[in-house]
Each structure stands twice: as structure tokens, then as C-alpha cells.
Design a protein around this ligand. Structure first.
Ligand code: SF4
Length: 372
């Protein structure tokens, strides 16, 4: 199969691992900034195949995981209002808010529906003009264009019963927070290919200039990731940081101009709170004044609602690359995918869920050794 089998070829993967091993003369820590890459790394055992000198950290690349608790509380508050249908991606339903989750609201008769696209919610608004339809818009630059298209279309059709609860975030400002941290251990980054397919990578060139840290725009198959790591290691060894594009078959330097134009028409940059990273200036996308009527937080009077994280979940530290899921005392005991304490165990792209699904045996071995 073109563009799949060749990126999973075990012989080519072994050769690439050998190249990494030869190229790396010392320890390097590399962060991948995408939950899809995290899962690919764990699922294919790349973390165990890489030379010990290469330490992989998982960044804030899962949209469900980085959505702060107060946004979930806002969605719950909206879903409880009469005459409202709240539409969300399935993973968000089980993420705990400060007191409960959307699934329990649904179980008690609240109108919560799972959708696969904001366009499904838009269609619901067309068919139910007597109800308010709200789409819980989480995600990165990858999903923002289709959210923008839904709002633009709603405005064109005068669908005033449609709105979005915008929790959309932008990746480069979060990377900058990680780079600015005193505890930052990251030497280089694998940047998410699908994000750059939309935005291009000029923002990353700016980060390289300011922080002298290499970035490789990387795809999601095992060989993509291994090649991305190899390209990062080569730049680190040579002391010549730059942006390299491993994912050339999809990503262009300028990204997708049409998607960017639509995003820019409907959204503007706003300050946004991230789970575990706090408030990051200019890291979110909010509706422009012309589209304010489609802002659910405004429509339902929830703009000022704030809530701090509480409890024993350390997902904030995991999202910053300061801890790994195995470091959490609750991992696999009090916190499992069936009974998650935090978003990184709920989401199909979350780091804790990836470790639970693919590395539980290794965790049990490490734990046994610790206890002996
Ligand atoms: S294992 Fe559970 S409690 Fe621990 S960090 Fe992950 S999600 Fe949070």
C-alpha cells in the first residue's frame, strides 16, 4: 500500500535506529508535540528501541488533555440549560470537570451529543431552529479551519441558534512556555506534521532564532518519527539548529493559505488558559467581534467563569515534559482508562492512556524492581 507500508517497514526502521545510534555521541532529550506521535511511539515500542542516550518526552499535544477544567465546567453548565443541545467530541464526555463530567450530565437527561465535526452540529442547528445548538470547539490549528467554516456558514445562513464554546489553542506559544521554563530539559522538538500542514512553519523558524533549539516537522508513522529523531540528533550534534521538514509529502513552508485565510477571517488570537501550563498570552483563538453572536461563552453569560485545578493528578507536569506517566502514584491503580482521574488518561491521544495501553507490563516490572 503506497504511503503506509513503506513507513512501517521493520528493516528500514532498524537501519534508521542504527543511524541514530551512530549519530548520537551523548544524551539528548527530544520532545514530540503531538498526542498522535506519542501513541505511535508507544504502540510501536520506539521508546524501547531507541538508544538509551535518546530520551523522549511527551509535550502538550493532546487537545482534550490541555483543555482546562473551567472550560469543561462551562460546557457542563451550558448542557444543563433547558432548550440547549451541547455537541462535543466523544473523548471530552469523560474528562472530569471540577465536580462532574459531561457524561453524567447526559445520564441525567442533559442534551449532550457526540459529533465528529462542527458541521454535524451545524446541520443539527438547521434542523432544530427552536433549540440552541452549541459546539464545544476544542483543538489545535488542525481543527480550527473547519470550526471557522462552521461559524462562517452559520453567519451566512443566519443560523442564530448555533454557537461555539471556543477552547481552541495554538501550539507555538505553548512550546515557548516550555522553552522559557527554568526546568526545561528539552534539546529539540518534533513538531506535529498536521498542525504545520495548516500553518506552515515560519513560527517555528522564529522559535529557532530566539531559543537556538532545533525543530523537525514530523509525520506519524514509525519511520517518520525515527527519521524526525535522526534529523534532530544530527542538528544537535552539529550545533546548527534550524527547522527541518521530514513531512515534505504533506507540509509546505506556508501551510494551507485558504485554511489560514478562513481562520483569520473568523478568529483572532486571545489569551488562553491551558491545563498544566496556565494562562498563555496569545495562545488561543476567539471569535472576532463580527462573529461575537456565535460565541457560546458570551451568549450564556459564562465569560468570567474561572476555576483552578485541584486533586492528585500530575498531568500538568506530564504535559510540560517534567514527569512521565509512570511517575504518577495513581497510574494504573487509582487511575485507569475505565476510572480516569485526569484528562491524560481519558483521551485517546493522552500520554497516560498511551502508557497504560502499550507499556503496562513494563510499568509492572519497574514497580516490582522498586519494591524488591
Ligand atoms: S495517571 Fe491519572 S492521575 Fe496520574 S497523571 Fe495520569 S491522568 Fe493524572
Amino acid at each position: 500500500m503506497k504511503y503506509l507500508d513503506e513507513f512501517r517497514d521493520p528493516i528500514a526502521a532498524r537501519a534508521m535506529l542504527e543511524k541514530i545510534s551512530v549519530a548520537a555521541s551523548r544524551e539528548w532529550t527530544i520532545m514530540e508535540v503531538c498526542g498522535g506521535q506519542t501513541h505511535s511511539i508507544l504502540k510501536n515500542g520506539l521508546d524501547r528501541l531507541l538508544p538509551r542516550r535518546i530520551n523522549i518526552l511527551h509535550g502538550p499535544g493532546c487537545p482534550v488533555c490541555v483543555t482546562p477544567i473551567e472550560m469543561i465546567d462551562r460546557a457542563i453548565e451550558i448542557a444543563q440549560r433547558p432548550g440547549v443541545i451541547l455537541c462535543s467530541f466523544g473523548d471530552m464526555l469523560r474528562v472530569p470537570g471540577s465536580r462532574r463530567d459531561l457524561l453524567s450530565v447526559k445520564a441525567e437527561g442533559g442534551q449532550v451529543r457526540t459529533v465528529y465535526s462542527p458541521l454535524d452540529a451545524l446541520e443539527m442547528a438547521r434542523k432544530n431552529r427552536d433549540l440552541e445548538i452549541v459546539f464545544f470547539a476544542i483543538g489545535f490549528e488542525t481543527t480550527a479551519p473547519v470550526n471557522a467554516a462552521a461559524v462562517y456558514q452559520a453567519a451566512t445562513e443566519h443560523l442564530d441558534n448555533f454557537s461555539i464554546l471556543s477552547a481552541q489553542v495554538l501550539v507555538p506559544p505553548a512550546i515557548e512556555v516550555i522553552l522559557n521554563s527554568e526546568d526545561c530539559r528539552v534539546n529539540g522538538f518534533l513538531a506535529a506534521g498536521h498542525v504545520c500542514a495548516i500553518t506552515g512553519y515560519s513560527d517555528y523558524e522564529e522559535l529557532v532564532e530566539n531559543y537556538h533549539t532545533p525543530f523537525v516537522i514530523t509525520g506519524f508513522e514509525p519511520l517518520d518519527i525515527l527519521q524526525g529523531i535522526y534529523m534532530t540528533v544530527v542538528m544537535l550534534e552539529e550545533g546548527r539548529p534550524a527547522v527541518n521538514n521530514q513531512y515534505r509529502r504533506v507540509v509546505r513552508r506556508d501551510g494551507n493559505p485558504e485554511a489560514k485565510r478562513l481562520m483569520g477571517k473568523v478568529f483572532e488570537r486571545v489569551d488562553r488558559k491551558w491545563r498544566g501550563l496556565g494562562n498563555i498570552p496569545g495562545s488561543g483563538l476567539g471569535l472576532r467581534a463580527e462573529y461575537a453572536a456565535f460565541d457560546a461563552a458570551r451568549k450564556f453569560g459564562l465569560e468570567q467563569y474561572e476555576k483552578e485545578e485541584a486533586g492528585e493528578c500530575i498531568s500538568g507536569l506530564i504535559l510540560q515534559g517534567l514527569k512521565k506517566p509512570f511517575d504518577c502514584p495513581a497510574f494504573s491503580e487509582r487511575c485507569t482508562p475505565e476510572h480516569p482521574l485526569g484528562a491524560t488518561m481519558v483521551s485517546s491521544e493522552g500520554a497516560c492512556a498511551a502508557y497504560y495501553h502499550y507499556s503496562l507490563t513494563e510499568f509492572q516490572r519497574i514497580k516490582k524492581n522498586r519494591n524488591e
